[in-house]
Design a protein. Structure first.
Length: 204
């Protein structure tokens, strides 16, 4: 039987027994170490979509950044390394993922990081960001993902950038069309390995 918990990494309380492991990945020219566990997304390696987003995203040194649905933290922690004068918030509904992301921030010597537990934007309701990054949880359903996209617009500062990655075969172009409706713009920045990375900008 396949590991059902793997497909429910967006559950608040994973039921699968712990099996913590450490993986390494070279991202943006730096080697990172990540603790992973059962019940979190892509625990065996940094998946191709996440890697493509990391290599494509543009982060300024003083940006305030949100990694939405952070998992064990690769996107947000790489962003933190690119924004030494900024602040990066990592949010996930999965308590196991949040614990790992916090431990991984320390493991990689990143101090400009804050990890918060909760659903969507609820843990950062009072904040606005220069950049929001997400590898959205497609398996929660498009209605849920569309809600996150709408809320992303509301939580960006004017001029803020929203980056997301999606698998072409899971409706990346449809998701991009929805972002176009919300933001009035969307641009495909990169594609590869069956994934596409998009950026939209909040102009007002």
């Amino acid at each position: 039987m396949r590991d059902v918990a793997h497909h429910h990494y967006f559950a608040p309380h994973p039921a699968s027994p712990h099996r913590v492991a450490e993986i390494r990945a070279t991202l943006r020219g730096r080697e990172f170490r990540f603790l992973t566990d059962r019940g979190v997304f892509s625990r065996g390696r940094v998946d191709r979509g996440t890697r493509l987003l990391i290599e494509t995203m543009e982060i300024g040194p003083g940006d305030t950044v949100l990694d939405l649905g952070c998992g064990y933290g690769p996107i947000g922690l790489v962003a933190a390394s690119l924004a030494p004068l900024g602040r990066v918030y990592l949010v996930d509904v999965n308590e196991r993922a949040v614990d790992l992301a916090g431990r991984n921030a320390l493991l990689n010597g990143l101090r400009n990081v804050e990890v918060r537990l909760g659903d969507g934007f609820a843990p950062v309701a009072d904040l606005r960001f220069d950049v929001i990054l997400t590898n959205p949880p497609i398996r929660t359903g498009k209605a849920s993902v569309y809600r996150l996209f709408r809320e992303a617009y509301l939580h960006l500062k004017p001029g803020g950038r929203f980056y997301f990655v999606a698998r072409t075969s899971q409706g990346a172009k449809t998701l991009a069309s929805h972002v176009q409706e919300i933001f009035g713009n969307v641009e495909e920045l990169e594609r590869g390995g069956g994934f596409r990375v998009y950026r939209a900008v909040r102009h007002v």
